[in-house]
Design a protein around this ligand. Structure first.
Ligand code: ATP
Length: 298
């Protein structure tokens, strides 16, 4: 199928030091180096024009390889979905792609800038909504968004103006002075998204942005993101909701077991199928519920 890259790597475990040569923040100790196989070399150089270009990314946690030799190019101006089953490596990939987690190997380029070599330069152009990272939740919503803008070096007047607009857009104006610790899960997601957008980044990397968000807010956020892409921004979003990705994104990568199994435009990847059917075909994992007869009540 044109435009769809099927993964070619089927390799054994590997362990490398990070690009900076330092230790990685893994939880479990790495296996001895003589028991591992080195990663294959990147298949092609990074794309300097891509919003995000990943080559040969690797990450292992103890014996678990979370991401293995992952290549991905995200075109500028695309609305890119990253989908995969639980534990596929989406969060690990996005964390490495945004400078939150040091890769064991491979490279990350943001519009041609090597993120791990020049993190300040590359990160200045990114807005990040990480999954599961704690916020400064003893601030109010307004304080948190303001703080994000000031940290990005913006002047106070611009920050104040944009913070108000973002709170309105996220339907959080009435809770601007509520502490984030008292926000619901969906409100927390929205205030984190507002914080990621305040500096008008060129690329937004959003890990599960719609999780716990109510349908009306989700529709509003989708509109905001669609406008942002129409204005030249790039959005990379991970999600489990295939229908949402199919409707919202113009590109998609299906990730399984730490690798890209297929990537391209939505039509290229799904072919004649729905995206969900294509996803299930590629990642497998459908099981019959056996041994649960005791759950039947009648
Ligand atoms: N800090 C960590 N320590 C140990 N193992 C980890 C760590 N982070 C992730 N893993 C493991 O790496 C694999 C990939 O995890 P990751 O969170 O990237 O998957 P995911 O695709 O984002 O999953 P989900 O859709 O469930 O959020 C999983 O097997 C997970 O258990």
């Amino acid at each position: 199928m044109p435009g769809v890259r099927l993964s070619v790597y089927v390799v054994a475990m590997t362990h490398q030091t990070g690009p900076g040569g330092g230790p990685t923040p893994d939880r479990a100790p790495a296996a001895p180096s003589d028991t591992v196989t080195p990663a294959p070399p990147p298949t092609s150089p990074p794309d300097p024009d891509a919003a995000l270009s990943l080559r040969g990314l690797w990450k292992r946690f103890g014996q678990k390889i979370a991401v293995r030799a992952l290549d991905l190019d995200v075109p500028v101006g695309s609305f890119y979905g990253l989908v995969g089953p639980n534990g596929a490596g989406k969060t690990t990939t996005l964390s490495m792609a945004t400078g939150l987690l040091r890769p064991d190997g491979g490279t990350v380029h943001v519009r041609g800038t090597d993120l791990w070599a020049h993190p300040d330069q590359a990160k200045a152009t990114l807005g990040i909504l990480p999954d599961g990272v704690r916020l400064f939740d003893r601030l109010t919503g307004l304080q948190l968004v303001t703080y994000a803008g000031l940290l990005r070096g913006m002047d106070r007047d611009t920050v104040a103006e944009r913070a108000q607009s973002l709170l309105v857009a996220m339907d959080l104006a009435a809770d601007a002075h509520t502490y984030v610790v008292d926000y619901s899960a969906g409100m927390t997601k929205k205030i984190a998204l507002a914080s990621a957008m305040i500096h008008a980044p060129r690329t937004l990397v959003l890990d599960e942005p719609f999780e716990a968000v109510d349908p009306v807010s989700a529709a509003n956020i989708r509109d905001i993101l669609a406008d942002y892409v129409a204005g030249g921004g790039t959005v990379i979003v991970s999600s489990h909701v295939m229908d949402l990705v199919q409707r919202m994104c113009d590109h998609v990568a299906i990730v399984g077991a730490g690798q890209v199994l297929a990537a391209g435009t939505i039509d290229e990847v799904r072919g004649e199928q729905t995206l969900e059917d294509r996803f299930v075909d590629l990642v497998g994992g459908r099981t019959r519920a056996e041994g649960l007869e005791w759950l039947r009540t009648s």
